[in-house]
Write a protein that binds this ligand. Structure first.
Ligand code: AHR
Length: 498
């Protein structure tokens, strides 16, 4: 089999939104307490004057995380934001029903905003549409974004913050369709609520970006809520024919399998889900006669990752131990977001610290799991525009997970994406998921004879994990572009040239 990859640097497909490298911090397990906030840590050098972990802040900066979702996740279903503001000693402790614990509320809105400022990232807040009310949602928006002389804006000032935070991204609830939700709703009930919330939120602050709560992107829930909420005739928005009520539709997917090839091909289901979501968005626009002057809604993939809840149960903090196989799967996930840049405006790895995360904290420092390295490479280099590729790759034809992928989308052994950065650099990412075969590939469109930078993530076997010893990391080398390039078995390779 002759494999080839042709890179068309002059054929830009779409601008990549930097927000595809977004994060997510939930009040769950050790993500907030012991992750980003750890005031009781005996190792005082690790902690800043606000109680934040300095090493975690540095790691987030290294990853250049542009946006972080907060405070859930399932946690949001019973969260009342006012419990988490004001003097700490007055904040109530509450039973927490998503992960069955006690929430101390020592970390809340103002602490999160401070952390975002220190990291240099944008906050993305999720509303409680479970036990919460519209009044409460409006109050939170006013607290965060209003510069007027009004009650909740003044509460923020009293709590020490004069200037509004101007939180741009707001989610209309989380996984409200799920039977595990404290207050699960049917699609018609949620859709009717979401429509009213959206209208009210945009009346208070028309500059915000609103994200609808979808499911997988290919369900009747997705169809129903999109059909109700993707409308242009918005009372209160002045009938502006270019304005959207809903800006993005959120979908969630987690992939995993015990067998390597099923695990590494599983994220291809996310690519199919993206295509199907966009079809449902278009269908809703057609059904509601939304004029083309209203920009097309896009996807906020605000939870994605490799996660096997049996291996790492949520109620126990979901501390996954990631293998090289998982790192390759993350490479395929990221290739998917780059390829689908026209449709995905934000993606948030779930989660950023400790909980199903590439980054783990110990009492004395951080451990970078195998999955950290593909994320770092992509976030550093795969920005700008996604560009056209032609790929001839051998095809994996075995079992994959979820099983429905088979027959809906190809699962090549070489999974690729490419970008043209604003700095003029071309970056080609190739994941060779085959655990036994190196592929010699004719890479066309590179500069023959000119030195290219090469970054490789691999390891001795697909089962290796990182701990104190970093068995998986990034190896740097170079290639002169002559002849064929050998993509080693079970590896992610990034070639970069100008
Ligand atoms: O990220 C972990 C959990 O997975 C989130 O809280 C929830 O939204 C999803 O089910």
């Amino acid at each position: 089999h002759v494999s080839s990859i042709t890179v068309h640097a002059d054929h830009k497909i779409a601008k990549i939104n930097d927000n595809i490298y977004g994060g997510f911090t939930e009040h769950m397990g050790r993500c907030i307490y012991g992750g980003i906030y750890d005031p009781e840590n005996p190792n005082k050098d690790l902690i800043d004057e606000h109680g934040h972990r300095k090493d975690v802040i540095e790691a987030m900066k290294e990853l250049r995380v542009p946006v972080v979702r907060y405070p859930g996740g399932n946690f949001i279903a019973t969260y009342h934001w006012q419990d988490g503001v004001g003097p700490r000693e007055k904040r109530p402790k509450r039973p927490e029903l998503a992960w069955i614990g006690v929430e101390s509320n020592q970390f809340g809105t103002d602490e999160f905003m401070k952390w975002c400022e220190l990291v240099g990232t944008e906050p993305y807040l999720c509303l409680n549409m479970g036990t919460g009310t519209l009044d409460e949602a409006l109050a939170w928006l006013e607290y965060c974004n209003s510069s007027q002389d009004t009650y909740y804006a003044n509460m923020r000032r009293k709590n020490g913050r004069e200037e509004p935070y101007n939180v741009k991204y707001w989610a209309l609830g989380n996984e409200i369709w799920g039977p595990w939700q404290v207050a699960q709703l049917s699609a018609p009930v949620y859709a009717a609520n979401a429509y009213q919330y959206a209208k009210a939120m945009k009346l208070l602050d028309p500059t915000i970006t609103l994200i609808l709560c979808g499911e997988t992107g290919h369900s009747s829930w997705d169809h129903e809520v999109l059909k109700t909420c993707v409308k242009h005739d918005i009372h209160g928005l002045g009938g502006d024919p270019t304005k959207r009520l809903i800006d993005m539709h959120s979908i969630h997917h987690y992939t995993a399998d015990q067998e390597h090839l099923a695990n590494a091909t599983a994220p291809r289901s996310a690519e199919r889900a993206i295509e199907m979501t966009m079809a449902l968005i278009d269908l809703a626009r057609i059904e509601n006669k939304v004029p083309p002057s209203v920009p097309r809604q896009t996807i906020c993939f605000d939870e994605w990752n490799v996660w096997d809840p049996l291996r790492a149960p949520g109620e126990q903090g979901a501390e996954e131990k990631y293998t090289l196989s998982d790192a390759l799967a993350v490479g395929v996930w990221l290739n998917t977001f780059v390829r689908q840049a026209a449709s995905v405006s934000m993606a948030n790895i779930a989660q950023s610290v400790n909980v199903i995360s590439p980054l783990m904290t110990t009492q004395s420092g951080v451990v970078k799991q195998t999955t950290w390295w593909p994320l770092l490479l992509f976030s550093k280099y795969m920005r700008g525009h996604t560009i056209a590729l032609n790929i001839r790759s051998p095809e994996y034809t075995g079992r994959t997970n979820p099983a429905w992928i088979r027959g809906t989308i190809e699962t090549p052994f070489l999974d690729c994406s490419a970008t043209l950065g604003d700095d003029g650099f071309v970056s080609l990412a190739v994941v060779n998921i085959h655990e036994e075969t190196d592929y010699e590939v004719d890479v066309k469109g590179v500069k023959d004879g000119e030195k290219m930078d090469v970054y490789t993530v691999s390891g001795d076997s697909v089962h290796v994990t990182n701990g104190e010893e970093q068995k998986v990391g990034i190896k740097e080398s170079s290639w002169d572009g002559k002849g064929k390039y050998k993509f080693g078995k079970a590896s992610l390779t990034l070639l970069r040239w100008k």
